[in-house]
Ligand binder design. Structure first.
Ligand SMILES: CC(C)(COP(=O)(O)OP(=O)(O)OC[C@H]1O[C@@H](n2cnc3c(N)ncnc32)[C@H](O)[C@@H]1OP(=O)(O)O)[C@@H](O)C(=O)NCCC(=O)NCCS
Length: 144
C-alpha cells in the first residue's frame, strides 16, 4: 500500500537508502539526520508497505523554497511518484504563501527537467560549469 509521509526518525534511514541507490555522490545519513531538527527543512516521502521508495527535500526561508533533491528508486520510476512528491511540495508552498520554489538541475538530466516542467517549473537561467567545474546547472523556478 502506498502512503505519503515525511522525514521522521522512522523514515530517515529509508530516505538515505533511496539517496544511496540514486546518486553517485549521495548525501550522508548524518545530513538527513541533521534535517530532523532543522525547522526550515521540508520533506515528503513515499512508502510502499512501509519501505521508502522516493523522497523530495527542500530548505525554506522567507517564503522561498529551495529544492535540494528528489529521487525515486529505479524500479518505481515512471509511475507518477516523482510528480506526486512535487505536487505535495507545491501544495505546501501554496498553503504557506510562498513566493516561489527554485532548484538547480544538471543540464544532462532530461528526466528531471521534464518532471519539473510537468508541475509548472520554468527554466529561468543557467550556472556555467556548476557541477564538477564541467557541467552547467539549469535554474528552474515555479512562481506562485
Ligand atoms: C527524476 C526522477 C525523480 C523522476 O521520478 P519518476 O517517479 O520516475 O517521475 P514520474 O513518473 O512522476 O514522471 C513524471 C513526468 O516526468 C517526466 N519524466 C520522468 N522520467 C522521465 C524519463 N526517464 N524520460 C522523460 N521524461 C521523464 C515525464 O514528463 C513524466 O510524465 P509521464 O510519465 O506522464 O510522461 C527519477 O528519474 C530519479 O530518481 N532520477 C534520479 C535522481 C535524480 O536525477 N533526481 C533529480 C536531481 S535534480
Amino acid at each position: 500500500m502506498i502512503s505519503v509521509t515525511t522525514l521522521t526518525p522512522e523514515t530517515v534511514e529509508g530516505i538515505f537508502l533511496v539517496e544511496q541507490a540514486c546518486f553517485s555522490t549521495p548525501w550522508s545519513l548524518e545530513s538527513f539526520q541533521n534535517d530532523l531538527t532543522n525547522e526550515n527543512a521540508v520533506y515528503f516521502c513515499i512508502e510502499d508497505a512501509g519501505k521508502v521508495i522516493g523522497y523530495v527535500g527542500m530548505w525554506q526561508s522567507f517564503g522561498e523554497g529551495n529544492i535540494n533533491n528528489i529521487a525515486v528508486l529505479p524500479e518505481y520510476r515512471r509511475k507518477g511518484y516523482g510528480k506526486l512528491l512535487l505536487e505535495y511540495l507545491v501544495a505546501y508552498g501554496r498553503e504557506h504563501n510562498f513566493s516561489f520554489l527554485t532548484l538547480e538541475v544538471r543540464e544532462s538530466n532530461q528526466e528531471a527537467r521534464s518532471l519539473y516542467r510537468s508541475v509548472g517549473f520554468l527554466e529561468v537561467g543557467r550556472r556555467k560549469k556548476y557541477y564538477e567545474r564541467t557541467e552547467d546547472a539549469i535554474l528552474m523556478t515555479l512562481t506562485f
